[in-house]
Design a protein around this ligand. Sequence first.
Ligand code: GDP
Length: 141
Amino acid sequence: MKTLQRTLTIIKPDAVRKNAVGDIIEQFEKHGFRILSMKMLEISKHQAEQFYAVHASKSFFNSLTNFMSGGPIVVLALEKENAIADLRKLMGATNPANAEEGTIRKKWASTIEFNAIHGSDAEDTARFELGFFFAGFELAK
Ligand code: GDP
């Protein structure tokens, strides 16, 4: 039996700056994702550090958290069968130089850091990331 899955995506500050929000949301809908909840906001440096805590030891952590707290983002809770893997596929590779034609990163990412979109990479991270941005009542659908 196929089961619905939820995932968290972020349209990153670089993509918001490029007016890519509408195009990216259209891709979600065209590919069968249901938008459960969505909001535009800015996060602080501290909040970006909490969200990306798994990368705290990486050389790019400071730069990444400055980037993610440097302008508005759009966060969405998405639902479909196989949502986590299907969103990762639609996003494309982390480094846009390796992203396949037709992916969001191929179209909108500029560098390995300014790569337009985030998507949860597993069920446990999806649970943490959905809970980071959305309260229970916002996802009770
Ligand atoms: P993702 O799951 O494809 O987003 O990739 P990761 O979880 O590995 O990395 C998280 C985010 O950190 C990426 O989306 C990029 O914005 C950034 N990032 C990853 N690798 C690098 C890197 O080698 N250099 C820099 N500057 N940023 C990186």
